[in-house]
Design a protein around this ligand. Structure first.
Ligand code: 13P
Length: 250
């Protein structure tokens, strides 16, 4: 069975709650495409007004992060139950910016992935190499390690529902998009790795996105690759361009 494409925006630390509602109202008519899953991953404080603003549309709301404990003395953190209660369906886990600036590791990513599944939130698990790693020829080894740890103790049934986002760090916010060959090569390697951890059926079911300077012009060719099931879009998700990206097949 063909995998359904998933195109998600990662708003990062942009948009106040009122700006979020305004942006959603602008994008709503532009992102209608019932052949793909459309997700807006928004800052925590925007989640409640965003869920309200997308009612009756094809858009689902995601979070950009969550903590791996249920509740308690973790000042400033957001729990999975809070996200579920607010209407969140997806959560980005282990974005490279969180790994770089907020000390997230493969181990904390794994804890968060397990916790998200416990609460029926679909994790968008991020991986990706630095420019140095690419130049040293260790990209695939590095990403296989990220994936193997992220999926420790995740069952095959859960993994089938997961989303992985391959985001080469050198392509994020740089305008330097990976070539379709580079993106496809790594996404295939990720699928092969999932096949080794689990089985062919799991590898065939899991959805793998490409992220890193995705634009209206680069999306159609990227999303046409055999192992690329959509995109995780930063900068372009805050503009009307996101409508064109979502409708890459029209
Ligand atoms: P850009 O699309 O702005 O390069 O960001 C990609 C990204 O980090 C999405 O998570």
């Amino acid at each position: 069975m063909a995998r359904r494409k998933i195109i998600a925006g990662n708003w990062k630390m942009n948009m106040t709650p009122s700006e979020a509602v305004e942006l959603i109202n602008t994008l709503k008519p532009l992102v209608e495409n019932h052949e793909v899953d459309v997700v807006f991953c928004v800052p925590a404080i925007d989640i409640i007004p965003a869920v309200e603003a997308v009612k009756g549309t094809n858009i689902m709301i995601g979070a950009e992060n969550m903590y791996y404990e249920e509740k308690g003395a973790f000042t400033g953190e957001i729990s999975p139950a809070m996200l579920v209660d607010a209407g969140v369906k997806y959560v980005i886990i282990g974005h490279s910016e969180r790994r770089e600036y907020f000390a997230e590791t493969n181990e904390t990513v794994n804890k968060k992935v397990l916790k998200a599944f416990e609460h029926n939130i679909t994790p968008i698990v991020c991986c990706g190499e630095t420019l140095t790693q690419r130049e040293q020829g260790v990209t695939i080894d590095f990403i296989r390690q990220q994936i193997k740890v992220a999926f420790l103790n995740v069952t095959a049934e859960q993994a089938k529902e997961a989303v992985i986002a391959y985001e080469p760090i050198w392509a994020i916010g740089t305008g330097k998009v990976a070539t379709t060959e580079q993106a496809q090569e790594v996404c295939k390697a990720i699928r092969d790795c999932i096949g080794e951890i689990y089985d062919d059926a799991t590898a065939a079911a899991i959805r793998i996105q490409y992220g890193g300077s995705v634009s209206a012009s680069s999306a159609p060719e990227l999303f046409a690759q055999a192992d690329i099931d959509g995109g995780l879009v930063g900068g372009a998700s805050l503009k009307a361009d996101f409508g064109q990206i979502v409708n890459y097949n029209k």
